[in-house]
Design a protein around this ligand. Structure first.
Ligand code: DX5
Ligand code: ZN
Length: 216
């Protein structure tokens, strides 16, 4: 089994030095950069938009993994694609048409991802899995960094893995929320681990190494 891919979430970085923070996690072995986009409507918090992705694009070689926690992703997909996003993940619970969003992301040459809130059952994303490159499982309620991992979401990861095997589809499973040295033991069936506070509040290299090497 290969190592986990680790995607530090810049939500927990020092925004006054964002370019340096991204360079530091890249040097420390990060595989992707996770960008949490919040609109103050889909979630009760506001963060950043496509201009920040555009500024970061020339500063790193790593894939920019944009997680859109916004009510109307269809309006912004073009902006994120143009800004240089490598993955654009939308939420099933948004007000945009999921199939159409996935198709437009693909047509813009970006890899589409789908995500679901902890309260949304696996069955609701099942019809879209064959069309995406990434399935992002939330293990906290989206909106804030630093929350506790919800162990009851682990079963959902297993169901997604079983379905991917069944349809012989190689999309990646990404887990987001409360991932750390302890909770990673529940995540053997994942491929990509998002970690905000665990990376940025500790030694970057040490935390990334711990997560990467936690795969059996
Ligand atoms: C939550 C975000 C996460 C969050 C993860 O809405 O999607 O990416 O920043 O942060 P930690 O790892 O601190 O739970
Ligand atoms: Zn996220």
């Amino acid at each position: 089994m290969s190592a986990f891919l680790v995607a530090p979430s810049i939500l927990s970085a020092d925004f006054s030095r964002l370019g340096e923070e991204v360079a530091a996690v890249e040097k420390a072995g990060a595989d992707w950069i996770h960008v949490d986009v919040m609109d103050g409507h889909f979630v009760p918090n506001l963060t950043i938009g496509a201009p920040v992705v555009k500024s970061l694009r020339p500063t790193t070689q790593l894939p920019l993994d944009c997680h859109l926690m916004i009510s109307h992703p269809s309006k912004y997909i073009g902006d994120f694609a143009k800004a240089g996003a490598d993955y654009i993940t939308i939420h099933l619970e948004s007000e945009s048409d999921t199939a159409q969003c996935i198709q437009s992301i693909r047509e813009l040459g970006v890899k589409p991802g789908i995500s679901l809130r902890p309260g949304t059952p696996f069955e609701e994303i099942k019809p879209f899995i064959k069309d995406v490159d990434l399935i992002l499982v939330m293990t906290v309620e989206p909106g804030f960094g630093g929350q506790s991992f919800m162990e009851d979401q682990v079963e959902k990861i297993a169901k997604i893995r079983a379905h991917l095997n069944e349809i012989n589809h190689s999309a990646l499973i990404e887990v987001d929320g409360g991932v750390n040295a302890e909770t990673v033991k529940h995540l053997q069936e994942a491929d990509v681990l998002v970690a905000g506070s665990f990376v940025f509040k500790n030694d970057y290299k040490n935390s990334i190494d711990i997560l990467k090497s936690a795969k059996d």
